[in-house]
Design a binder for this molecule. Sequence first.
Ligand code: SF4
Length: 368
Amino acid sequence: MRTISSHSLVEQLDQLTVTGTFFEPLDGNRVKCYACAHQCVLKPGQRGVCRVRFNEKGVLKVPWGYTTGMALDPVEKKPFNHFLPGSLTLSFGMLGCNFTCEFCQNWITAQAVNEPYGKVSPYYLQPVTPAEVVAAAIRNRAKAIISTYNEPWITADWSEAIFTLAKKKGLRTGYVSNGFATHKGLDTLKPNLDALKVDLKCGTESHYRELGGRLADVIDTIAYAQELGIWVEVVTLVIPGWNDSPDELWAISRSIASISPNTPWHVTAFHPDYKMQEHPPTSPDELLKASEIGQEAGLIYVYAGNLPGRVGSLENTHCPQCLKPVIIRRGFTVTHYHLTPDGHCEYCGTPIPGVWDTEKPSARRFAF
Ligand code: SF4
């Protein structure tokens, strides 16, 4: 564990904290945090691997009361393809992460506390209340509120406050996450968490160790969240020369298929970012090859993302029975929608797994 540092951003964040709920008190004023699978045991004065949660005199202080940004995003941008397709979500984020991925595509916020020369100034933190986040979602006709931009597990207490209120107002909720969770954390969140996008970054424990995580815990999160009835989609950023070997892609695909072949798997294109500048961007051909592996492994809903218009029909949802496209997309836009309000194929009546809205995607986001 790290001791509390004098980093100005970290000090500023320490002021924006409250006593958390995702922890157990231990003897000697120690605490055990179970917000993520690191399950840090902290003595007074120590902070967790994520650096934004710390033990202060025997209680766990956790991030609270700010965002580094709120935005209205298409749900397809998360990416979710079977969760309220064609709708807008209110996305919010805080700072910090429990992994240290060199290819992080959200590093400005997620790795802010690890980057003394990062781009986040303390003045960038916007004070906000859970009621204000929910009101913003309703005012902007969002169907769901999503915790994203940084790792949601490490700020679970704050999102739980927002989601509790959001559910009372009829909104759906979701996490865009690395899936490094605990059963106890998921049990706590479940009543107010509808959807979980898990970034399954690679298929081997040795690769996961490079990121500061464990493959087995991420696979377990996918399985347990599904068992709890949370809607789960999985995404893998395909990085040429790092996780794109057929062996690794087969390992990833088989793991997901063995939990449920109905789990949507998104393979998305990497662009050089943060500390991984030497690997080239992913080509459409590489995404097509990864998708084929997923389909051969038995996954029914495989999507290729981040390269709109360059991956054939892999942006669309097909009915597994009659094979017709029931949702046609271009990038983040739904252009055609052929599901009944309860998620059956309009052509043959086959149910498509997911979370559907009784209203079809809004006309505003259709391009007929
Ligand atoms: S969220 Fe994870 S990394 Fe942070 S203190 Fe809790 S267990 Fe440790």
